[in-house]
Design a binder for this molecule. Structure first.
Ligand code: ATP
Ligand code: MG
Length: 425
């Protein structure tokens, strides 16, 4: 029988014998931190996505811990502890370079209606560093399935929100009133799509209903946070599900307006197919633990925007293709940067991938080896191959480069020669 203390009186307790989470599946470093907190007299729980994923039999990406110990108290217990964050202090227990377990103190439900000081006029939370009870902590989490706690004291699951039932029925349900929760933090709309896509869940009607009307609240979110969210949407193995869902809820139009404008036009509609095929490949790579590149992702997601801009420039001004490309690149990156901050190093790579589109088709003798030795050649070639799926004229160039890559130097000379002859004809 699970121990039930007063702070848990409103929770459903699922005892060790009623669930399948075993300590074997938990990161030993997290176990160590949990036991240490417990031995010092504090409550300690695993919380959030890791409990959800463990219950589903998946292996969690990260293990988050919550406790009633205050940050300063946590710091006293662990030698390898660093406190971070200003708005809300968190402890990182360091286990090596770039490896740490995050420990947070229970937070209270800040956004009660009397506490307008903490909200902007749009209802966005700006100050919330108030510690609270485990129950208050549960209320401030986003979805019921993300508000489950694994108690190290007796290995039970603590569930205030019927999260286990929703998990079982594959229902993604926001905690509290959806409209209010999206006002507090509009990123929750993106998280709904991401988590439902990842876990193949249905977003409950109440959770889904306000999204389309509220998507513009995302303009309040910093462009660097949105960049991180885009990477999580498309690089965690379920881009194929996330892409149509983002479009269905009008979120894709907020994140990639220039691309969406072309996808919904008569000329650009076929690019939906290209993106869908690309995401199937991306998911495969992620699920095989192969590397994926943010530069390629953005070059791909924004390629329809580039084509749209080039079309527009060529219709309105009579300029050569290379000049049109250069102008389109500038415009598209400038617009996109306002929404999702693209790190400078990445912009340079995206540039390269796009310019390669032009050079790979041209196949000018003097640039052939420069293309092949370009560090972004592979990405450029992959994008060209994807484009050929919807623009069959490009297939010749894809085949030529595929052959060229695998040829020896003599064969390569011959391929270049043939290419020159073709051009002079
Ligand atoms: P993933 O598997 O992608 O890591 P996750 O649910 O664990 O999914 P995290 O960003 O790691 O996502 O967040 C950990 C937990 O913190 C969530 O499960 C949720 O309880 C809480 N959380 C995260 N972001 C928010 C938010 N914007 N609003 C409320 N609670 C949040
Ligand atoms: Mg997580």
């Amino acid at each position: 029988m699970a121990i039930k203390n007063k702070s848990l009186s409103n929770a459903k307790i699922i005892s060790r014998s009623e669930h399948h989470i075993s300590r074997k599946n938990i990161d030993p470093r997290a176990i160590k931190v949990l036991y240490r907190l417990k031995s010092c007299g504090y409550d300690a729980y695993l919380v959030g996505g890791c409990v959800r994923d463990l219950l589903l039999g998946h292996s969690p990406k990260d293990f988050d811990i919550v406790t009633n110990a205050k940050p300063e108290e946590i710091k006293k217990i662990f030698r390898n502890c660093r406190l971070i964050g200003r708005r809300f202090r968190l402890a990182h227990i360091i286990f090596g370079k770039n490896e740490f377990i995050e420990v947070a103190t229970f937070r209270s439900h800040y956004a009660d209606d009397n506490n307008q000081d903490n909200l902007t006029q749009h209802g966005l939370v700006i100050r919330d560093n108030v510690y609270g009870t485990i129950e208050e902590d549960a209320w401030r989490r986003d979805f019921t399935i993300n508000a489950l706690y694994y108690n190290i004291a007796d290995f039970s699951i603590v569930d205030f929100m019927e999260g286990v039932k929703d998990l079982h029925n594959k229902q993604l349900r926001i905690i509290g009133q959806a409209k209010k929760r999206y006002q507090e933090d509009p990123v929750r709309m993106i998280r709904a799509i991401r988590i439902a896509s990842k876990l193949n869940m249905e977003i409950t009607p109440d959770t889904a209903a306000p999204i389309k009307k509220m998507v513009e609240l995302l303009y309040q979110i910093s462009s660097s946070r949105l960049f991180d969210e885009v990477i999580k949407l498309f690089h965690t193995g379920h881009a194929s599900q996330a892409f149509p869902a983002l479009r269905k809820y009008d979120l894709f139009a907020i994140l990639f307006p220039d691309t969406e404008a072309y996808l919904t036009s008569e000329e650009g509609g076929h690019f939906i197919n290209m993106l869908e095929k690309a995401f199937v490949e991306t998911d495969l790579r992620v699920n095989l633990d192969k590397s994926v590149s943010p530069a390629f992702l953005f070059a791909l997601l924004l390629w329809p925007a580039i084509e749209r801009e080039i079309n527009h420039l060529q219709k309105t001004k009579n300029i050569p293709p290379m000049t049109a490309l250069a102008q389109a690149v500038r415009t598209v990156l400038h617009n996109q940067n306002k929404i999702t901050a693209i790190p400078r190093r990445l912009s340079a790579s995206i540039h390269e991938i796009w310019y390669l589109q032009y050079r790979l088709i041209k196949k000018q003798e003097k640039t052939i080896y420069r293309c092949l030795n370009n560090s972004r050649f592979r990405a450029g070639f992959d994008l060209l191959a994807l484009r050929a799926l919807v623009t069959p004229d490009l297939q010749d160039s894809v085949d030529w480069w595929a052959l060229f890559q695998t040829s020896n130097s003599k064969q390569r000379e011959q391929l270049i020669e043939e290419q020159n002859q073709k051009k002079s004809k």
